[in-house]
Design a protein around this ligand. Structure first.
Ligand code: SAM
Ligand code: SF4
Length: 336
């Protein structure tokens, strides 16, 4: 049996080394983006099913000993989980972890940004799909763009090492947002990344025709701001194709899971809020870490589970192929 005393890297059958873990801390959210959650009647996991902060930190400590160096907290909306900064403190103290980041819709950042920064959070991605309150409500079925904008401003004040903006691009809905969002990010010195819409919406309404693809977005940006020059990423496994504005104004990224999948260099594992380990957003299998965490299992048992999960990883997600199967969970239930 391979154990945690075996510190060899988490390599899958295709030679991909796994160094990154995305941790969902809740399936709940304070808004209802149509590309992620149903609008009404969402059944959330009961509180006792969610991993405690101590359980999450134990799991992260074990995978840290197996080569994981980067953690990202997500959800659902991670900031609706009470006292999240305490989890950040536990994770920031893990010796193996070199990079600790969070993805948020930003609405609760005005209250929490300072505590999160003080607890050791270094990088933050804030989702911002539009600068129009009407479009915000159309997407999120709730009010609150002003809260998100305030959250961005407060995050800038508290001095995170990096703040990025994430914008989902939807055909027929957000074409007109591309230039204003890019302008907003350029004026504030923030990197904006456009993300193609993936088939993970709770209502299962996704159609390939809804995807506003990266090449189109690049064309719109170049028309407005001049040429974009591709830049090499410091982390080859990172999903964004990054560009510099040749005429100045920083960088912009395109994340193209549909039109240009990055599966070949994927180095990610995922832990759902209720303690299931997944090797892909689109995985249809999960490995139950909570059972081990709560059933008196050892760190070696956890390590073996993670190796099994990595060993079973498929070469690619296959969106668009004839044999593609949607997972039976939506984005908010997996952790984006
Ligand atoms: N609630 C936080 C937020 O919205 O930033 C964190 C969780 S959310 C699931 C993480 C990221 O996934 C967000 O940037 C969101 O826009 C993105 N996302 C959600 N559903 C998606 C989909 N169907 N396709 C592509 N990205 C999606
Ligand atoms: Fe909530 Fe984020 Fe999903 Fe929007 S994308 S519903 S903010 S979890």
């Amino acid at each position: 049996m391979r154990t945690i005393s075996d510190h060899s890297p988490l390599v899958d059958a295709f030679g991909r080394v796994h160094t990154s873990l995305r941790i969902s801390v809740t399936d709940r959210c304070n808004i209802r983006c149509f590309y992620c959650m149903p609008n009404e009647g969402v059944r959330f996991r009961p509180r006792e099913e969610l991993l405690s902060f101590e359980e999450i930190a134990r799991f992260a400590g074990v995978v840290g000993q197996m080569g994981v160096r980067r953690l990202r907290l997500t959800g659902g909306e991670p900031l609706v989980r009470a006292h999240l900064h305490r989890l950040v403190e536990l994770l920031a103290a893990l010796p193996a972890i070199e990079d600790l980041a969070l993805t948020t819709n930003g609405m609760l950042l005005p209250e929490q940004a300072a505590d999160l920064r003080a607890a050791g959070l270094e990088r933050i991605n804030i989702s911002l799909d539009t600068l129009s309150e009407a479009t915000f409500q159309e997407i999120s079925r709730r009010e609150g763009l002003d809260r998100v904008l305030k959250g961005i401003a407060v995050a800038q004040q508290v001095g995170f090492r990096q703040i990025r903006l994430n914008a989902i691009a939807i055909q027929g809905l957000t074409e007109g947002e591309i230039v204003p969002l890019a302008q907003f990010a350029r004026e504030r010195g923030l990197e904006l990344r456009f993300i193609e819409y993936m088939p993970l919406d709770g209502d299962e309404q996704w159609r390939s025709a809804d995807v506003l693809d990266g090449a189109t977005i690049r064309g719109v940006l170049e028309e407005a701001f001049g040429p974009l020059v591709p830049v090499a990423s410091p982390h080859p496994s990172q999903p964004a194709n990054e560009f510099e504005y040749a005429r100045g104004g920083g960088r912009v990224g395109l994340i193209q899971p549909v039109s240009n999948p990055f599966c070949e260099s994927c180095d990610r594992l995922r832990l759902t809020a209720e303690g299931q380990v997944r090797n892909c957003l689109f995985s249809t299998s999960e490995w139950d870490a909570r059972d081990i965490l709560r059933g008196g299992g050892t760190d070696d048992d956890l390590a073996e589970l993670v190796r099994d999960c990595v060993g079973a990883k498929a070469p690619a997600h296959g969106i668009g192929s004839a044999d593609f199967n949607r997972p039976d969970r939506a984005m908010f239930q997996i952790g984006g």
